[in-house]
Design a binder for this molecule. Structure first.
Ligand code: GDP
Length: 609
């Protein structure tokens, strides 16, 4: 990260163009996050990225558009461009709204007076087999074993270690998929990511994916070059590849902290932990321990004997036994709490992971947990959350893009670009990014060659973006998730059409397009005659649901032979509205009678995407 304390002292800018004068009282205020990319700063200040880069050069900082800078540096630029910067509070939107509803908002002074530094929460990411799990084990063994008598058994999906009297929390589910899945549900728990790259393998596709996922979330990255004990390790080549991927390490004049480790031989672990503390310090993480607790659900399951179990990472405040809590849309009174080593505890403060017992049902991973004053407040908060879920704005699609821009709902079109070959990415990316207007910028937040995967869809949900494929397919799981969550996936085989559609969509001139979202599938197993004119298909529902009035395609050997609607649905003799997977029923369709045993009925709804 570029920070103010580097060669040029940004807090006291000098040289041409630097501006020492305080902002005029009329300067418009702007809230700036603790770290952000040049691109994000440009958007905030409604300036072009080039202008920002020029401003940075004036104060002696060379940076590219994706580079992340710290608050002080960004604030200097903002002041120079006539703004009044102030730090953006580090609290997620959903947490903030949850807090706002459950209790009186504290005054600024109370809030500030009560803020204390809190330990960072770290997620480990990287390509498969590069050593994420082994590194997590090595960190745990070198730092927890010493304090926990009798060794440790991991009980829950996170743990805390203590380094130089300071704590660090690690999420024990390595990989960017879970990280982004949580973000997709509105919760960002991670403060720092450690990107593991094996020195014998170098930067691989999931390394690049992890970099983009961390950047999309605005979370700083520390590189851990792993497996340095291996004779075939090539640290220099790995550094070069990282540079090519836009992560220039400090040693080479960049701003990415990089540590060499061997998870196998437990080498470099103290250095890695110290680097995490250093980067976290720049993030200025604070929380108020005396407030009612808020946190995020990081694991949840139904235990046969104990009932609903949830692991929560406390974000702020202190969680106490007996508290009434709401997690997502579940609630309960805290009956018992266990820490990461399985010990019963009565209290848990910020950045502490604990397993909870007492909720009435199983919450979802990524749900916000809030302590409230009474059962009545719990019910009110649940009602509010249920309403919010219903009223959620639709995700962006090329069809609704213009409406969303006009309504001021988006200022940035986030695109995930997947292509068949690597060579197509750059021309498409630059054509798309050139389409940006004053009202809306086009940002390709992730690109790669290969099929559209579930992880791409998650990133689209988390970043409120859409997916564009060029000559590529969509994996089945990804399609299912995209349909369920309303994520738009557009596929093209001509670059001109792809760029033209986005251009038209930005201007509100795109003809609407439709996709068929499959709601259920059923297999025809018998044919019955109802009346002379009407035949009924006896079907077995294999997937989803079949409902009366729904649109249906009849498929024979993968070919659609007719499209119709379901006019009658019977379960034995009874008329029913819908039947779910695993059941048998009788289906009659409007104006169609020629079913054959073995036909597939595909029930669908047509949506504008
Ligand atoms: P993950 O998929 O990223 O979680 O990778 P794992 O932690 O499962 O490691 C993959 C393989 O690499 C395992 O066989 C590990 O024992 C091995 N491995 C991990 N770290 C090191 C290391 O520092 N040195 C060596 N030689 N092997 C390692």
């Amino acid at each position: 990260m570029v920070k103010a304390s580097e060669p040029t002292n940004v807090s006291k800018p000098s040289g041409e163009g630097a501006n020492d004068t305080p902002p005029s009282p009329k300067a418009p205020p702007v809230e700036i996050p603790h770290t952000l990319s040049i691109r994000q700063l440009a958007d905030l200040l409604q300036a072009s990225a080039i202008d920002i880069i020029k401003q940075l050069m004036k104060i002696g900082i060379m940076a590219n558009i994706n580079q992340v800078i710290d608050y002080e540096t960004a604030a200097t630029i903002a002041t120079n461009l006539g703004y009044q910067p102030r730090p953006k509070p580090r609290i997620t939107q959903s947490l903030a709204s949850a807090i706002g509803e459950t209790k009186k908002q504290p005054t600024k002074d109370e809030e500030l007076g009560g803020l204390r530094p809190r330990p960072p929460v770290v997620t480990i990411m990287g390509h498969v087999n590069h050593g994420k799990t082994r590194l997590l084990d090595a960190i745990r063994q070198t730092n927890v074993m010493a304090t926990e008598a009798g060794g440790i058994t991991q009980h829950i999906g996170a743990y805390q270690v203590t380094v130089n009297d300071q704590k660090i929390a690690f999420l024990d589910t390595p990989g960017h998929e879970d990280f982004t899945a949580m973000r997709a549900r509105g919760a960002q728990v991670t403060d720092v990511t450690v990107l593991v790259v094996a020195a014998d393998d170098g930067v691989m596709p999931q390394t690049l994916e992890a970099i983009d996922h961390a950047r999309a979330a605005g979370v700083p990255i520390i590189v851990a070059i792993n497996k340095i004990d291996k004779p075939e390790a090539n640290v220099e080549l790995t550094k070069q590849q990282l540079t090519d991927a836009g992560l220039v390490i400090e040693e080479w004049g960049g701003d990415t902290v990089c540590v060499q480790v061997s998870a196998k031989e437990k080498r470099g672990i103290p250095e890695l932990l110290e680097s995490i503390l250093l980067v976290a310090e720049m993030e200025d993480l604070k929380a108020n321990p005396s407030k009612p607790a808020e946190g995020v659900v990081i694991e949840a399951e139904m235990d046969k004997t104990k009932g609903p179990l949830a692991t929560v990472l406390v974000h702020t405040g202190t969680l106490k036994l007996g508290d009434t809590i709401v997690a997502g849309t579940t609630w309960g009174r805290l009956k018992a709490m266990f820490n990461d080593t399985g010990k019963r505890v009565r209290k848990a403060d910020q950045s502490t992971p604990v397993e909870l017992l007492g909720l009435d049902s199983v919450p979802q991973v990524g749900n916000i947990m809030t302590a409230v004053a009474s059962e009545q407040q719990a019910r009110a908060l649940i009602q509010k959350r249920q309403l919010e879920i219903k009223q959620q704005a639709p995700l962006v699609t090329l069809n609704n893009l213009f409406d969303q821009i006009s309504a001021g709902q988006i200022k940035e079109l986030n695109v995930i670009l997947k292509t068949d070959v690597q060579g197509s990415i750059e021309p498409i990316r630059s054509s798309l990014e050139r389409l940006g207007t004053k009202e809306v910028q086009v940002r390709v937040i992730h690109s790669g060659s290969g099929n559209v995967t579930e992880s791409d869809v998650m990133l689209a949900i988390a970043s409120k973006g859409l997916i564009i494929g060029f000559n590529t397919d969509t994996e089945r799981g990804a399609r299912r998730l995209a349909d369920a969550e309303g994520v738009s996936i557009r596929n093209y085989d001509v670059i001109y059409n792809l760029v033209d559609d986005v251009n038209k969509a930005l201007k509100g001139m795109l003809e609407p397009s439709y996709i068929d979202v499959i709601e259920g599938r059923a297999e025809v197993r018998a044919i019955f005659t109802a009346t002379k004119k009407q035949k009924i298909a006896g079907v077995y529902v294999t997937e989803g649901k079949v409902s009366r009035g729904a649109s249906v395609k009849v498929k024979r050997q993968e070919q659609v032979i007719c499209e119709s609607t379901i006019s009658s649905l019977k379960h034995f003799k009874d008329d029913v509205k819908e039947m779910n997977a695993g059941s048998e029923c009788g289906v009659g369709t409007k104006d169609y009678n020629d079913f054959q045993v073995g036909d597939i009925l595909e029930v669908f709804r047509r949506e504008k995407r």
